[in-house]
Design a binder for this molecule. Structure first.
Ligand code: FAD
Length: 392
C-alpha cells in the first residue's frame, strides 16, 4: 500500500498526552492525524488498571475544554481532599487540606486506562484521522514540513509533527534529539490494597530510607500504593507471599490506617530521569514522556505532559488569532523554552526530595524533621507548593 495524505499536524503516540493533544488541536480547526502503534484495550470497571494518576485540577480543566472530563469524573474518579506527608526517621508532618484553598478537592485519583479509553472515544467526533496500528519508520524534514513514512507504506505530509510516543520515542531518535538520563536504581512497586481503617479521601506519603511509600485513595474504599524501593528490595517484595508482603507493607506505612492487605497483582517498574535537551527541531516537537520522564514521588508524570499540551494549544490559538503561521519556529521556540525549563525544574526538585529523604546519613536525617515541621507551620509554604503542583 502506498497512501499519501497532507495534513496540518501529525501526532505520533496515542497515550493520554498524545490523544489529548490531537483532540485539542483538532478543536482549533486544524487537520490532525494520530499515529498509534497499538490499539488500546477497552477499559472495563471490573478490570482495574494498576497505573493510576493523581490528576491535577488544571488538567481537569484541559480535559473539560475538550469535552471528556464530565464522563471520566462520573465514571470512576476518586477526589482526594487532603495530603499527609511524613518521614520515618523524623518528627513533623506536612499537611495540605482542600478547605484551606477554598476547594472541594485537591485533585482526583484516576486510572490510566479510563483516561485513554474516554480520549479515544472522543477522537472520531473531533475529526482526528487515525492511523492505528501504525508506526513511523522514517521521517524527512524540509522547509515547509515533515514527511512521515509509516510501516504500512502510508506517507503523511504534515506542517508540524508532535512526538508523544513515550519514553522510548522513535520519532525523538529519528529526528536526532539528545537526551540526558539518570538511573535511580529504584523501582516503583504498584498494587491495590485494602486498609483496616478508611482512607479518609487522603493521599498519604511516608518517606523511608529506601524511598517514599505513597497511598492514593480510590473508589469503593480501596487504595493504590506506589512504593519506591531499591532495585533488589523491589524484586524481593515482588517474590514474597501475600502475608509477608502485607506485614511488611503495614509496618512500612507505620500502620497509619491499621492492617493493610494486598488486593491485586504486584508490579514494579524501573525509575529513571530522562530530559531532552531541546523540545523543538525544525518542525518536529516532543511532548510528554518523549521529552521528560520524572521520579513518580510527586505523581507529576502525566500532569507535566498535559501541561505541555495546554501550553501548546494556547500558543497555536494565539497565532491563529493574530493570523500568523501556527507552525512558525519562533513562536514554537518560546513554547519549547518555557516548557523545557518548567519540566527540568520539576524533575530536579523531585530528585532533590528523593535524595534528601532516601538518605540514612545522620546530618541529612537531622535536617528532615525540622524541614517538614517548618513547611507544615508556614501556611504560605504549603499553599505555594500546592499551587505549583496543581498548576494553578
Ligand atoms: C506503572 C507506572 C506507574 C506510573 N504512575 C504514575 C503516577 O502515579 N503519576 C503520574 O503522573 N505518572 C505516573 N507514571 C508515568 C506516566 O504513566 C507517564 O508520565 C505518562 O503515561 C506519559 O504519557 P505519554 O502519553 O507521554 O506516554 P505513554 O503513556 O508512554 O504513551 C506513549 C504512546 O505512544 C505509543 N507509541 C510508542 N512508540 C510508538 C511508535 N513508534 N509509533 C506509534 N506509537 C508509538 C505507545 O503505544 C503509547 O500508546 C507511571 C508510569 C508507570 C509505567
Amino acid at each position: 500500500m502506498n497512501r499519501r495524505a497532507r495534513i496540518d499536524v501529525a501526532v505520533v503516540g496515542g497515550g493520554v498526552v498524545g490523544a489529548a493533544c490531537a483532540i485539542a488541536l483538532a478543536a482549533l480547526d486544524l487537520d490532525v492525524a494520530l499515529v498509534e502503534a497499538i490499539e488500546p484495550q477497552r477499559w472495563a470497571p471490573d478490570k482495574a488498571d494498576l497505573r493510576v494518576y493523581a490528576f491535577a485540577p488544571d488538567n481537569a480543566r484541559l480535559l473539560e475544554s475538550i469535552g471528556v472530563w464530565g464522563d471520566i469524573r462520573t465514571t470512576r474518579a476518586q477526589p482526594y481532599r487532603r495530603m499527609r506527608v511524613w518521614d520515618a526517621a523524623a518528627a513533623g508532618e506536612l499537611a495540605f487540606d482542600a478547605d484551606a484553598f477554598g476547594r472541594n478537592e485537591l485533585g482526583w485519583i484516576i486510572e490510566h486506562g479510563l483516561l485513554v479509553d474516554r480520549l479515544w472515544g472522543a477522537l472520531p467526533e473531533a475529526g482526528v484521522h487515525l492511523n492505528c496500528p501504525g508506526q513511523v519508520d522514517a521521517l524527512e524534514q524540509h522547509d515547509q514540513g515533515v514527511r512521515l513514512h509509516l510501516d504500512d507504506g502510508t506517507r503523511l505530509d504534515a506542517r508540524l509533527v508532535i512526538a508523544a510516543d513515550g519514553a522510548e520515542s522513535t520519532v525523538r531518535k529519528l529526528a536526532g534529539f539528545d537526551v540526558v538520563t539518570h538511573d535511580y536504581a529504584q523501582r516503583g512497586l504498584v498494587a491495590y490494597v485494602q486498609t483496616q481503617h478508611p482512607h479518609q479521601d487522603t493521599a498519604w506519603q511516608r518517606f523511608l530510607p529506601g524511598g517514599p511509600l505513597a497511598l492514593l485513595p480510590c473508589t469503593e474504599g480501596r487504595s493504590s500504593i506506589v512504593w519506591t524501593l531499591p532495585d533488589e528490595e523491589a524484586k524481593r517484595l515482588l517474590a514474597v507471599d501475600d502475608d509477608t508482603f502485607n506485614r511488611e507493607l503495614t509496618r512500612a506505612f507505620d500502620a497509619r490506617l491499621g492492617d493493610m492487605r494486598v488486593d491485586s497483582r504486584r508490579v514494579a517498574f524501573p525509575l529513571r530521569r530522562l530530559l531532552a535537551q531541546r523540545y523543538l527541531q525544525d518542525r518536529v516537537l516532543i511532548i510528554g514522556d518523549a521529552a521528560h520522564v520524572v521520579h513518580p514521588l510527586a505523581g507529576q508524570g502525566v500532569n507535566l505532559g498535559l501541561r505541555d499540551v495546554a501550553a501548546l494549544r494556547d500558543s497555536i490559538r494565539d497565532a491563529q488569532t493574530r493570523g500568523a503561521d501556527f507552525a512558525a519556529s519562533q513562536r514554537l521556540l518560546r513554547w519549547a523554552r518555557t516548557r523545557k525549563s518548567e519540566n527540568a525544574a520539576a524533575a530536579y526538585a523531585f530528585d532533590g526530595l528523593n535524595r534528601l529523604f532516601s538518605n540514612d546519613g545522620v546530618a541529612v536525617s537531622l535536617l528532615r524533621g525540622p524541614l517538614l515541621g517548618l513547611a507544615g507551620k508556614l501556611p504560605v509554604l504549603p499553599h505555594a507548593l500546592w499551587r505549583r503542583a496543581a498548576g494553578l
